[in-house]
Every structure is written in C-alpha cells, then in structure tokens.
Design a protein around this ligand. Structure first.
Ligand code: IPE
Ligand code: IPE
Ligand code: MG
Length: 249
C-alpha cells in the first residue's frame, strides 16, 4: 500500500474537513458558483479514496451549514441538485470501496428527494467496514449541543439519570457524532481562520490545519501534505514535553 512517506501507526483516526472556497475558485475563472461546487465534488472523491486507502476510520465532511440556508435560493437549489446526483452516482463506488455513509445535521430541512437518496445510501452502506464518511448537511455545532442538552434534560426529568451523573462521556454520547471518536485533525480549505459553526463540542484537542487552497484545488497531494503536517505536530494534551518523552503520555 502506498503510504506517501506517512507513518502508518500515527495516522489520524478521524479527519474532519470544512470544504470551503468553491465560490472563489469559480469566480477566479469567470465561472458560476455552481460550477465551483460541481468541481468540488472531485475533491470529495479524491479525499474519500485516499482516506480509505490509508485506513483512516472516519472522515467528516462539512458540506452545508445551517447558516448556508441564508444563501440565494438559486445557489441552494443548485447545491441540493448536485448533492442528489452525487449520491445517486456514487452509491456503486461506495459499495465497492466499503464506504459506510452517515449524515449529521437537520435533515428535515433538506428537499424530500435529497433525503430519499441520502437515507437509501445510508441504509445500503450500513454494514460496510472500509471507512465511515459522515456528511454534515444543514449542520450547526450549536444546534447539536442544544439537542444534546434537551435529550439529557429529558432523561433527568423522566428519572433515567440524576443531574450529578451527567459527565463528559454522557454529553459526547448524546451529540450527533455519538460514539465516533473526536476528530484528530480538522482541515479547512479556502483560508478562513474560523470554525463556522462546525464541530464545537468535538474539537477540544483537534489539530487544526488551514490551507489557502480552494476546495476544488485540494488534490491528493494537498491532503497528504496536511497528514504529514499532522504527524509533525506534538500533541501534548496539557502535559509537558518531558512527560511525553518519559512515555507518560
Ligand atoms: C463552500 O464553498 C461550499 C459551501 C459552503 C456550500 P463556498 O460556496 O463557501 O465558497 P466561497 O467561500 O464563497 O469561496
Ligand atoms: C463553511 O463555509 C460551511 C461549509 C463549508 C459547508 P462558509 O463559506 O459557509 O463559511 P463562512 O460563512 O465564510 O464562515
Ligand atoms: Mg465559503
């Protein structure tokens, strides 16, 4: 297996990506924003394929935020159409490559036709074991936390647990990512230095990698660069270098 100079046993378990910059990529080329989004789907394919080949267990892709509903209607309709076609077209490949598809976010806001193909693909790929791809659609990190608080409040109200029993693991288990481990690496393309309401609870010690490259230009080589950089990082989790050296990490 090609490892591109990466250390096999130090790969991230979970990579999350904020796929930004499609509009600017298109604008630079005198194309429509939608053409930028279309071009971006190639980067999705490349990233999933490399992740799977390397044995990365989870890949979360921020495709559409709750706030993105405030975009012009035409752009939203175009994006939803692209998403629907992408999901239809990619099902065979997902089955061949062992991709298990999941979705997080408020699916009730998605058009019925998108929801249908999404649910269909999630169902058909549910036993695949190659890689889990988590599509964040109509996702909001804050809404995720609000929903979690509601669920736990309900458990307290109905006597299923005491307030004193609420701990980090209970909160984590009730977020949309549930039992999925926190991302080790969060990549943002397009250069913006912000989280834009993606994972909030899930990223306390996630390594951040922000590249000015626009998402459609984020090729395999760029991804490998990000992974190599991740492997150069020292993850201290609050400890000292000395403690890490002594193997107390
Ligand atoms: C990211 O690209 C895709 C979505 C948010 C749906 P953008 O559409 O935000 O591209 P820029 O940031 O305008 O370049
Ligand atoms: C973040 O990109 C959301 C996605 C990539 C899906 P945006 O383009 O919406 O982020 P802001 O508005 O620049 O923060
Ligand atoms: Mg953007």
């Amino acid at each position: 297996m090609e490892l591109y100079g990466l250390e096999k046993n130090r790969l991230p378990t979970h990579v999350a990506i904020i796929m930004d910059g499609n509009g600017r990529w298109a604008q630079l080329r005198g194309k429509t924003r939608l053409e930028g989004h279309r071009e971006g789907t190639n980067s999705v394919k490349t990233t999933v394929e490399i992740s799977r080949d390397l044995g990365i267990r989870y890949l979360s892709l921020y495709a559409f935020s709750s706030e993105n509903w405030n975009r012009p209607h035409d752009e939203i309709a175009g994006l939803m159409g692209l998403l629907e076609k992408f999901l239809q077209r990619e099902l065979d490949r997902m089955m061949c490559e062992g991709v298990r598809l999941m979705a997080i976010g408020d699916r009730t806001r998605l058009p019925a036709s998108v929801r249908r193909v999404l649910d269909h693909n999630i169902y058909l790929t549910r036993h695949n074991t190659g890689i889990t791809v988590i599509l964040a659609l109509s996702y909001s990190g804050r809404s995720d936390i609000v929903q979690t608080v509601r669920e736990i409040a309900w458990k307290v109200k109905t006597g299923q647990c005491e307030p004193g029993e609420i701990d980090e693991s209970m909160i984590a288990a009730n977020t949309e990512t549930g039992s999925i481990p926190d991302p080790d690496l969060l990549i943002r393309t397009g250069g913006e230095m912000r989280i834009s309401n993606f994972f909030l609870w899930q990223i306390p010690y996630t390594e951040l990698y922000i590249t000015p490259k626009f998402w459609p230009d984020f090729c395999g080589q760029e991804y490998i660069q990000a992974l190599l950089e991740f492997q150069r990082r020292k993850r201290r989790f609050g400890k000292t270098d000395e403690q890490l050296l002594q193997g107390l990490g």
